[in-house]
Design a protein around this ligand. Structure first.
Ligand SMILES: Nc1ncnc2c1ncn2[C@@H]1O[C@H](COP(=O)(O)OP(=O)(O)OP(=O)(O)O)[C@@H](O)[C@H]1O
Ligand SMILES: [Mg+2]
Length: 493
């Protein structure tokens, strides 16, 4: 019996010791460390300033790098001293507000640390270290006050700055000044950017590099390319004159035509030659973000907004908002943009038939629609010669004529592929020369019945009056390809 009671006493003592140590842990590790941040603020501000309202301003998460650019300039301004502390939150905790830090109530376990930074692109080949969760102790003529910078993290999507320690109007002035710098120093201005949609709304911007495309690399009938250029570049050149005579600058250009004829290629040529413009490229899901992208583009004007393959949303319906087709939202966003803003919308599609009813119902958005056609004989010759640059080609004029004849109805991308395959055909042989025989073999192969899928991938189908499965079947006996029937915009009767 004695042994047993000793044993249970020992267990009791051990438990009590552990409990005391637990209580100490609760009080030290959480209590003391949370006080560390809270008392830092309290001491810095003093009782009166700590009782001011917290003023918050929020931005979209893609503005993070711009906000940091602004903060870096703002913090370095003459007469301002800023001490930056990082705040560490355990994993899985949402966020913390400046109000919580000021009152010390309902705090998650936090501690001071070196400021956590995320390295974000601020140009096509550069990055900027940006604060993620940081407390800024500011001393300047407005007096001591604190800023809390919270940026998107694991469980927090928002980007915000909170101000404590100043009367409301002075706090507003602080965020307004930082926001003004953000707008003025916007790193996205005059850049080529891809808009990437987040799965649950919102978007991000990615810097894209521009491959230089020269005019002679865009093989289109002269009047077609000329028209496109006049609409894109012409307005830019005469901006001032147009504005003085009360003409609007906002314009919409639709490029339509069969797949593989160079709509995307032409768009790339345009954006490569408009370096003074902020160029935003939307495609697929990011087309849904056109409204907010257009609003942003106004601040970054002059701007080009590219809506690639708009037919992709022609049959989508948006949620809420009377579930209007997304295409209508898109056209409304184009219309909502200020008319005097130098904004160019470039829309591309190979399904003008799907677009046509929406464009007819919402007139005035697209002022020029240009058909990008299949290459005619002259264009096929130019394309062949263009893609043969740098290839040791031994083809006389007559042989080239045969190639041009045999490729009636193919797309530009087909001719590019033909050259590549001709080079492949020649590689097995002694001399690195591409001859008529190589081109002919490559062409036979591409026109072969077994290559129907390849041709479809290159944008060359068979007559659409046959069933879709027939497109995988043999080509017409002539050995020539027929090209899928194409509905033009406006539809030809
Ligand atoms: N007119 C052209 N001149 C020179 N090269 C071209 C032309 N058209 C197409 N190409 C070449 O073929 C490639 C594919 O063409 P592109 O992606 O521009 O076709 P698309 O008209 O946009 O087709 P889709 O309707 O499928 O989007 C281009 O990257 C380019 O290399
Ligand atoms: Mg395209």
């Amino acid at each position: 019996m004695g042994d047993e009671s000793h044993a249970s006493e020992a267990v009791g003592r051990e438990f009590a010791a552990e409990f005391r140590s637990f209580m100490r842990w609760v009080q030290t590790d959480t209590q003391v460390e949370r006080n560390e941040v809270v008392s830092l603020i309290a001491e810095f501000l003093g009782a009166t300033r700590a009782r001011e309202s917290v003023v918050t301003r929020e931005w979209s998460s893609f503005e993070h790098v711009n906000l940091q650019t602004a903060l870096n300039v703002w913090m370095a301004e003459e007469g301002r001293n800023v001490v930056v502390h990082g705040i560490a939150l355990p994993p899985h905790f949402g966020g913390v507000t400046l109000q919580q830090l000021a009152s010390g109530g309902a705090l998650p376990p936090i501690q001071l640390c070196a400021p956590p930074l995320v390295d974000l692109p601020n140009g096509p080949g550069s990055t900027l270290a940006c604060l993620q969760l940081a407390l800024l102790l500011v001393s300047d003529p407005a007096g001591p006050y604190v800023l809390l910078v919270s940026a998107p993290r694991e469980h927090e999507r928002g980007l915000r700055i909170e101000v404590l320690g100043l009367p409301v109007s002075a706090a507003q002035a602080v965020v307004a000044e930082i926001d003004g710098l953000r707008g003025a120093l916007n790193v996205y201005r005059s850049q080529l950017l891809e808009v990437v949609a987040f799965p649950h709304g919102g978007f991000d911007l990615r810097f894209m590099s521009v491959a230089p495309i020269e005019r002679d690399g865009v093989v289109l009938p002269d009047q077609v390319l000329g028209r496109i250029e006049r609409h894109a570049f012409g307005v830019a050149e005469h901006r001032e004159a147009l504005l003085t005579s009360g003409q609007h600058l906002k314009r919409g250009l639709l490029l339509y035509g069969p797949p593989g004829t160079g709509k995307t290629h032409t768009m790339r040529y345009l954006v490569a030659h408009m370096p003074q413009y902020t160029r935003l490229v939307l495609t697929g899901r990011s087309l849904h973000a056109v409204g907010s992208v257009t609003a942003m583009a106004r601040d970054l004007a002059p701007a080009v907004i590219v809506l690639e393959d708009v037919d992709l949303v022609a049959e989508d319906r948006s949620f809420g908002n009377g579930s209007s087709p997304v295409l209508f939202d898109l056209l409304d966003a184009m219309d909502g943009a200020a008319a005097d803003a130098d904004l160019l919308f470039v829309l591309t599609t190979n399904r003008a038939d799907l677009l046509e009813p929406a464009l007819a119902a919402r007139p005035g958005r697209v002022d020029v629609a240009v058909e990008v056609p299949l290459p005619d004989a002259a264009a096929r010759r130019r394309l062949f010669e263009f893609y043969a640059r740098g290839v040791s080609l031994q083809l006389n004029d007559e042989e080239l004529g045969v190639v041009v004849d045999r490729t009636d109805g193919v797309t530009a991308s087909f001719l590019k592929e033909l050259l590549r395959r001709s080079v492949l055909e020649s590689l097995g042989e002694q001399a690195p020369l591409v001859t008529a025989a190589h081109v002919s073999r490559a062409l036979d192969d591409l026109l072969d019945s077994g290559q129907a899928v390849t041709r479809t991938l290159l944008g060359v189908g068979v007559d659409s009056s046959t069933s879709p499965s027939a497109s995988l079947g043999p080509v017409p006996p002539s050995g020539r390809m027929r090209v899928g029937r194409w509905t033009a915009y406006p539809p030809r009767s």
